[in-house]
Design a protein around this ligand. Structure first.
Ligand code: ZN
Length: 512
């Protein structure tokens, strides 16, 4: 029995194209569940067409062939298309029309045309989500052959025969296997097996080939087809992972990717008798109540990212769905979370850092530093991400607020406001003179601690970000010290001012 598959090869391979774009990593094969939907074509009066028993057999053939590939096939449903037009002479035009009739985007659509109305089968694309198959072939692995095309597989003879010449021919020694033929390296070169395989599945052609006469993607006898190779299995999983069309076919968790206080998730279109076990990570991050294929999550304690996974057991196979990533949070986190960090009582003249822990989903941060009574405005340095640098130049009370931009828009984090007091009685005042490339540290009279005398002697050490000492100096005996920063590179440095009985630590910014 010879047969023909009319599936055309695309000029650009989907997977190669994705790899070139860097959009795909070679992933481990993990169990997946995918839906199929059967369309049975009959006459306009509703007669003829393939039998229900044959549709059931086709489903079982698919289940068996794909189970080794860790792809579990389940039936979403089946229905009839009653139209004489599609009962004979399936031309390319008719094919293209038929695969749009009642097409289910969340399934591989399998259109069975009446027995002997089509010379074989044809998939809508590589990859694709539809195929047409003659009733005569539906109970053989040819149905798996066409679904294999939908999952990204080419004919094993691609580039060598039977009208498949879009790809270059694979060498018999396999040396060009990743760029020619079916682009799979563990399928041997294949001259096209139509008419050259005996009933015991032996290759009877010549040419030095040792083809795989049992490969489902060859043109062997349908009764000989029984397997996919490991390379073909990997290619199918990678294609499913990378294809938007096939992601819709994959059984997965459906629901919103952001949640404020509660949200509902489901795994739709499962056959009766399926069971679903839900898991949230981190455990307990949100409350979860489940009812079969539906889970309702509600806020518990976390503002951040969680993952929701459903383990589905159906028709004898079990697979975890792709974990669904969900951002949990409100526009403004409660007080105590995502607070602005930094000194509450900074000194005048020192570079002071404030920062926020990265907020999930944030694309920008803007800090506002406000004072109601300061005589000089603070110097605010250009902001980068959730970080702010300020030099306060006069005493007073300051308010620092942050505005966070997310997909929901701009929101002021009012619960996170930082209140800062800069005292007149800072022990040290730092002034800089950009012209002379000097910074002066002056000790002040420290009435805040009932010290009546001015500090006259102190030492300083300046450390770079790696902790290395870059400068050590002593005051001049009048409570002043001129830092010579001419030869010190730009950056943020830690300054330690060491008095007789204590050490004051500050950060300074050097910018030439
Ligand atoms: Zn084919």
């Amino acid at each position: 029995m010879t047969w023909k598959c009319e599936t055309g090869e695309p000029p650009i391979d989907f997977l190669t194209d994705k790899l070139k774009l860097g959009g795909l990593k070679t992933l481990a094969v993990s169990p997946k569940i995918l839906r199929v939907y059967f369309h049975v074509i009959r006459t306009t009066s509703g007669t003829g067409g393939v039998t229900t028993a044959d549709v059931n057999t086709a489903l079982n053939v698919l289940k068996n062939d794909f189970s080794v590939a860790q792809i579990c096939i389940i039936e979403k449903g089946r229905s009839y298309i009653n139209d004489d037009y599609y009962c004979s002479n399936i031309t390319t035009t008719k094919f293209e029309q038929l695969v749009t009739v009642n097409n289910q985007p969340d399934a591989i659509n399998i259109y069975f045309v009446p027995y002997n109305s089509f010379n074989g089968g044809r998939a809508s694309g590589i990859p694709g989500n539809a195929l047409v198959l003659d009733g005569n072939l539906m109970t053989t692995s040819v149905v798996s052959h066409e679904v294999g095309h939908c999952f990204g597989l080419y004919h094993t003879h691609s580039g060598r025969g039977c009208d498949d010449f879009v790809h270059c021919a694979e060498n018999i020694d396999e040396s060009n296997c990743s760029t020619c033929g079916d682009l799979v390296c563990d399928t041997p070169a294949d001259p096209c097996l139509s008419g050259v395989v005996s009933f015991d599945c032996t290759y009877t052609g010549g040419g030095g080939f040792t083809p795989d006469t049992r490969n489902i993607l060859s043109y062997t006898l349908p009764s000989c087809m029984n397997h996919f190779t490991t390379g073909q299995i990997t290619r199918m999983h990678n294609t499913i992972d990378a294809s938007t069309v096939l992601q819709n076919v994959l059984v997965k968790v459906v629901g919103p990717s952001t949640m404020r206080t509660s949200a509902t998730y489901s795994v739709p279109d499962l056959p009766a008798g399926s069971t679903v076990t839900w898991t949230v990570s981190p455990t307990g991050a949100v409350n979860i109540s489940t009812s079969g294929n539906i889970a309702t999550l509600s806020y518990n304690y976390i503002w951040g990212t969680i993952t929701l996974t459903a383990s589905v057991t159906t028709s004898g196979c079990t697979a975890n769905t792709n974990p669904k990533t969900i951002t949990v949070g409100t526009p403004v986190p409660p007080s105590g979370q995502y607070m602005i960090n930094g000194m509450s009582n900074p000194s005048i003249g020192y570079y002071t850092q404030y920062w926020l822990d990265s907020y999930p989903g944030a694309t920008a941060y803007y800090f506002d530093v406000y004072s109601s009574g300061a005589s000089l405005p603070p110097t605010v340095y250009p902001q980068s991400g959730p970080n702010l640098g300020v030099i306060f130049r006069s005493a007073g009370s300051y308010t620092i607020r942050v505005r966070v931009t997310t997909a929901c828009g701009d929101v002021w984090f009012n619960n996170q406001t930082k209140y800062v007091t800069v005292s007149t009685y800072s022990r040290y005042v730092l002034t800089s003179n950009p012209t002379n490339e000097e910074m002066t540290i002056s000790a002040t009279e420290d009435t805040s601690e009932s010290r009546s005398t001015k500090i006259k002697e102190f030492r300083i050490s300046l450390f770079n970000e790696k902790g290395g000492t870059v400068l050590k100096q002593k005051s001049n005996g009048k409570g002043n010290l001129i830092l010579n920063i001419k030869n010190i590179p730009n950056g943020i440095y830690s300054l330690e001012i060491i008095e007789k009985d204590r050490t004051v630590k500050e950060k300074i910014l050097i910018q030439h």
